[in-house]
Design a protein around this ligand. Structure first.
Ligand code: CP
Ligand code: NVA
Length: 304
């Protein structure tokens, strides 16, 4: 049976911890020429219906380091952009490649793709979820000495795809997550319900960022306007006033707390320049860890 990664709930707590161990091993090996090449001769198709820097480059380099090859497919120069049905593309790519990574809008599109594909499908971000990002975030927290089963995470800002994946991670691993967001911008209630069934971890939604940040081990934020929401930009900018991760908010957190942001960041909106570039920031390690954890993920999902 092929395994897909469409959301964090597709993994167990033990699988997440094992991926992190393996990601850290790949990181220690660096790009050494003596490192194993478990995916020699394998190919990954990468479909991007939205822009990307980190996801595109980290997946492509991950495949190269594993001995395989990645293909970048954009709607501008494939039949995807001319309306070829998702299920046809999924079946055809399954005949050529060993796995597909897809970044798209509606999460249902990724689900439809995965249902038709006969090779593993990895969600490289949808409007609903961003599981690869949260795996890299968890690896970063573990590297910085946080206990993934007991830590307290404060997510400040929009209850978006990244927040939804944090909600799932909290319940899968059993840690404490507080999301501070304005009314109307909460994480998806269906995601909270599905993940809450696991019965571990606690997720609380609060309005006051200071309340969420109090005693937190990880302070996290993301943009207020995600890709595809550009028309709502002005409304969102107004709605999120007071939700900036700044030095005053960081002081509420646990001493030694780390600050993370999936990037790209809007300095002066969801995070200040001083915090993003300050001593508590782990954002560039976090970005780097996308590469290492995805090597672990590709090695796990692609049949050798
Ligand atoms: N964090 C992240 O997914 O970045 P990209 O949009 O650059 O891939
Ligand atoms: N929430 C952001 C994440 C970008 C990596 C977006 O979807 O645009």
């Amino acid at each position: 049976m092929k395994r897909d990664l469409l959301r964090i709930l597709d993994l167990s707590d033990r699988e997440i911890l094992s991926l992190i161990r393996s990601g850290r091993t790949w990181k220690r090996r660096g790009g050494s020429r003596r490192a194993p090449r478990p995916l020699a001769g394998k190919s990954l198709a990468m479909i991007f219906l939205k822009a990307s820097t980190r996801t595109r480059v980290s997946f492509e380099v991950a495949m190269t380091r594993l001995g395989g090859h990645a293909l970048f497919l954009s709607p501008l120069d494939t039949q995807i952009g001319r309306g070829e049905p998702v299920r046809d593309t999924a079946r055809v790519l399954s005949r050529y490649t060993d796995a597909v990574m897809i970044r798209t809008f509606g999460h249902e599109t990724a689900m439809e793709f995965a249902a038709a594909a006969t090779v593993p499908v990895i969600n490289g971000l949808t409007d609903g979820h961003h599981p690869c990002q949260i795996l890299a975030d968890l690896m970063t927290a573990a590297e910085r000495g946080k206990d993934l089963r007991k830590m307290r995470v404060a997510f400040i800002g929009d209850g978006n795809n990244v927040a939804n994946s944090w909600v799932e991670a909290a319940h899968v691993l059993g840690f404490d997550l507080r999301v501070a967001c304005p009314k109307g911008y909460e994480p998806d209630p269906a995601v909270r319900k599905d993940a809450g069934r696991i019965g571990r971890g606690e997720v609380r939604i609060v309005r006051d960022p200071a309340e969420a940040a109090r005693g937190a081990d990880v302070l996290y934020t993301d943009v207020w306007t995600s890709m595809g929401q550009e028309a709502e930009g002005r409304k969102r900018l107004a709605a999120f006033q007071g939700y900036c991760v700044d030095a005053a908010l960081l002081r509420r957190a646990h001493p030694g707390a780390i600050v993370m942001h999936c990037l790209p960041a809007h300095r002066g909106e969801e995070i200040t320049e001083a915090v993003l570039e300050g001593p508590n920031s782990a954002v560039f390690d976090e970005a780097e860890n996308r590469l290492h954890i995805q090597m672990a993920l590709l090695e796990k999902l692609i049949k050798h």
